[in-house]
Design a protein around this ligand. Sequence first.
Ligand code: BG6
Length: 488
Amino acid sequence: MYHEELKKFPENFLWGAASAAYQIEGAATLDGKGPSIWDEFSKIPGKTFAGTNGDVAIDHYHHYKEDVALMKELELKTYRFSVSWSRILPNGSGEVNAAGLKFYENLIDELLENKIEPVLTLYHWDLPQTLQDNYNGWEGRETITAFLEYCEILFDSFGKKVKYWVTFNEQNVFTSLGYRWAGHPPMVTNLKRMYAANHLVNLANARAIKLFHQKVPQGFIGPSFGYGPIYPATSNPEDVLAAENADSFNNRWWMDVYCHGRYPKFALNTLKKFQIAPTITAEDELVLQDKDSHPDFLGINYYHGGTVAQNRIEKPTANQREFSKTDPYLMQEKDLQSQNPETLMFQNVENPYLKKTDWGWEIDPVGFRVALRRVYAEYNLPLFITENGLGAKDELTEDKKVHDSYRINYLQTHLVEVQKAISDGVDIIGYCAWSFSDLLSWLNGYQKRYGFVYVDRNDQEEKNLERIKKDSFYWYQQVIQANGIDFK
Ligand code: BG6
């Protein structure tokens, strides 16, 4: 769609930035906090980059006032942060840690005093270790009960102060990395277990939203999904079909459940064929279909999408059919095949049109517009961009400056596409860049920086944790002041 003139960003657009508890807070054992699965996992040799962990992180726990003062200077309208569950309930359920609640109360009050709208994420991956030990984490239905107990405490404590809430951050990422690829805790490599755990997270999400609607009727709640649009490699209809399949597996598998209360049929049939589909009881179906358990908005975390070609089996020509008889995938035992059922539906390929970041993530601003339009067209809910940003190695100059023109360029080009999506008619209520300050990248340590604010520490040393404003800080400040990117 061509626009001679782009629409302005809405008057009350929530310009913001985001973070997550484990990546910034530090104070891992302080004031009664219990251990989370990330506290334990990051200590296992070889699991994280250079053995980095969040024990100190950027010590936001002790620097939160200074950090909020910087947010104020940046003129942020909103700030998205997550609560560490085991700071509130050290054992995941049961006794409440008053000091933990107090920390978040102080943070929320500090934000509100500075006219910054808090956006509270309930779960950004740091499950209390006790729940992992006692109930197998998200593989046990007891964890759903514990999650609701935790949510209720936060709804009761902060429901009057916090308007925007996020249930789960990137459920697609933490279930896949945790239960399929073993890159995150609990380090499982079993697809059946992944789909089973994921189903329980869906139930936890739905029930938490329903509870929220009862307890905080004036608030807004939704999940933050790591969305990537899927492109077909060519206009070959087989590739187009493969893209449909990939969309079912990678996006709809979660989004349809959140918004329509059911799994996409084609993907579910494939999983059933391999006997790795989740067990969905009649009661579960009712929970998921209940309209009160559906989100008020969709949080979108956008970094990149993916490109796919037709699956390796359905080849149209005789030659290719011949080839499929010797296809290594088909020759695998059935249980090995079931570890990669997508192979029946699509295969991932490189996109020759896109450049990549230093960490190999495609840079695709137009894909952002595609993503926003597709999600809005399908689910018809307001969208809140809860993450988008560039991880890069920044250099601190001797006179304490960080000239991160590459980050400005990344954000600027992505915001142009957001503005185009708004002009197309997509309802977008806010944009939180990832991230406000530098922080711990889960598997890439402190060298992969995302923030507007540089934090003086590295992978080996905590140093003085001094906060230093990058060039992008001043650029974003102008964006917020101008309520958009058209300024000189
Ligand atoms: C998102 C997460 O997946 O991507 C963030 O919600 C994360 O917590 C961000 O930090 C960037 O990922 P990475 O691996 O570059 O730190």
